[in-house]
Design a protein around this ligand. Structure first.
Ligand code: PRT
Ligand code: MG
Length: 228
């Protein structure tokens, strides 16, 4: 039975929202990711360390056991599950997702420019297909296929809101929280794909081998989330 736990978290909004949950588990990082360049954060507990990785890398670290547990947005997990080892594109993949932590909540939406030029149909068709810019290529492809819509998907790595403004795409698939970013770029939501929140994920082997440590954590977090 092993006695150490490594937790993978991304810095930014998930780390911030995760701090109260970690505190409830009596886990307090000794340093904050904003004030140190270290990627492995010691905590008050000698048996627990936190590793700081990119949001999109969290499931990879956990699936391969470099971290035992992690916290990742459902957006990242949906996108990851399609390509993951053992992934079948249907959500089955090499890690457990036992709990919705209900933090870092937002929506995955389809958005497009609000103002349509007179005489235009509202979109520039490209050989009959709309162009959709997104970093969530798999989620977008599955969504439009489920709607029976043929679209051309353009992969971007950020600032999706810019694409329709400059005519690179007709629509975007992106996350929206307050809606301020869309509004500031003259875009409006036309469809909601799904609600998003962050999930606890657990390595499959660790769930067995470190059950003595992980099970009480899941139980405590479940209580906490249900109280919300
Ligand atoms: O930003 P960076 O490139 O450093 O990394 P990241 O985008 O991977 O991390 P971060 O911290 O921005 O987001 C981590 C996770 O937070 C995401 O994977 C989501 O699960 C969750 N989350 C919740 C969000 C938002 N809300 C959100 N609003 N992630 C991103 N956004 C962005 C959105 O893409 C858009 O650009 O914020 C903008 C819209 O916000 P509003 O409030 O203007 O609507
Ligand atoms: Mg971001």
């Amino acid at each position: 039975m092993s006695s150490n736990i490594t937790i993978a978290i991304s810095k930014g909004r998930i780390f911030k929202d995760a701090l109260p949950l970690l505190a409830a588990l009596d886990i307090y990082p000794v340093e904050a990711p904003e004030t140190t360049r270290k990627l492995i954060l010691e905590t008050n507990r000698p048996d627990v360390k936190i590793i700081i990785v990119r949001t999109t890398d969290v499931p990879t670290y956990v699936e391969y056991g470099a971290a035992d547990i992690g916290i990742a947005g459902k957006d990242v997990l949906l996108e990851y599950s399609v390509n993951a080892s053992g992934g079948n594109g249907l959500g089955g993949y090499g890690l457990y997702e036992p709990l919705d932590l209900k933090i870092a909540q937002c929506k995955m939406v389809v958005a497009e420019p609000e103002k349509v030029e007179p005489g235009e149909t509202g979109n520039r068709e490209h050989g009959g297909r709309k162009r959709v810019a997104t970093k969530y290529v798999n989620i977008a492809r599955n969504y439009f296929a489920s709607q029976g819509k043929q679209v051309e998907i353009i992969k971007l790595y950020g600032s999706m809101e810019l694409a329709p403004v400059l005519g690179l795409a007709d629509q975007i698939v992106d996350l929206v929280d307050t809606g301020n970013t869309l509004k500031a770029n003259g875009l409006v939501v036309v469809e909601t794909i799904t609600d998003i929140s962050s999930r606890l994920i657990v390595n499959k082997a660790a769930m067995k081998m470190k059950n003595n440590l992980i099970k009480p954590m899941i139980e405590k977090l479940t209580e906490l989330v249900e109280e919300k």
